[in-house]
Design a protein around this ligand. Structure first.
Ligand code: 5GP
Length: 188
């Protein structure tokens, strides 16, 4: 069943992965977006269990040791993020099209364990645009912005590892392209 495949969406910080995947969910409620666990503290407005599952580091490490993470990574050399394995397996088994929005290190791990997944790289229209988006959203302080930009340079260099690249110039268009990659039928 093509529509029940796993799609992995990766790409550098601030490229708009969150916006595009939220747009997919808004237009295609049948898509299930995995909720990651993280050791990062919640940002204002983020809800536990909705945006992330916020857990302390010792709990995170226990879950990794128990094999409960499909993949995990320490992102921007800072906090740990991981995809709880069971909900992904359950949704795929039930035929639900499933989307993971994760970083490059995580995408590489999923490629090892689930090579049939579709790997999509979301790219910015340009480096300048990426930098402007990161600085403009104002959710990170200057030091964190620099750290994220350093990671972004490494992540951009990995584009060729992916099955397909989608340039996020206009959100609606990027969503359409992702929908097509997921094998879903576009509708108005
Ligand atoms: P943020 O702190 O801005 O929410 O996310 C930082 C980075 O962590 C983003 O690049 C995001 O894609 C990545 N990320 C979020 N969830 C996961 C996950 O479950 N696994 C991995 N490997 N990366 C994740």
């Amino acid at each position: 069943m093509a529509a029940s495949r796993l799609t992995v969406l990766a790409g550098p910080t601030a490229v708009g992965k969150g916006t595009v995947s939220a747009d997919v969910r808004a237009r295609y409620p049948q898509v299930w977006l995995s909720v990651s666990a993280t050791t990062r503290p919640p940002r204002p407005g983020e809800i536990d269990g909705v945006h992330y599952i916020f857990i302390p580091e010792d709990r995170f490490d226990e879950l990794v040791a128990a094999g409960e993470m499909l993949e995990w990574a320490c992102v921007h050399q800072r906090h740990k993020y991981g995809t709880p394995r069971r909900p992904v397996e359950q949704h795929l088994a039930a035929g639900v099209p499933t989307l993971l929005e994760i970083d490059l290190q995580g995408a590489r791990q999923v490629r090892e364990t689930m090579p049939d997944a579709r790997f999509v790289f979301l790219a910015p229209p340009s480096w300048d645009e990426l930098e402007a988006r990161l600085r403009g959203r104002g959710t990170e302080d200057a030091e964190e912005q620099e750290r994220r930009l350093r990671t972004a340079r490494v992540e951009l260099a990995a584009e060729a590892e992916f099955d397909v690249t989608i340039v996020n110039d206009v959100v609606g268009r990027a969503t359409d392209a992702l929908i097509a990659e997921m094998g879903l039928t576009p509708h108005a």
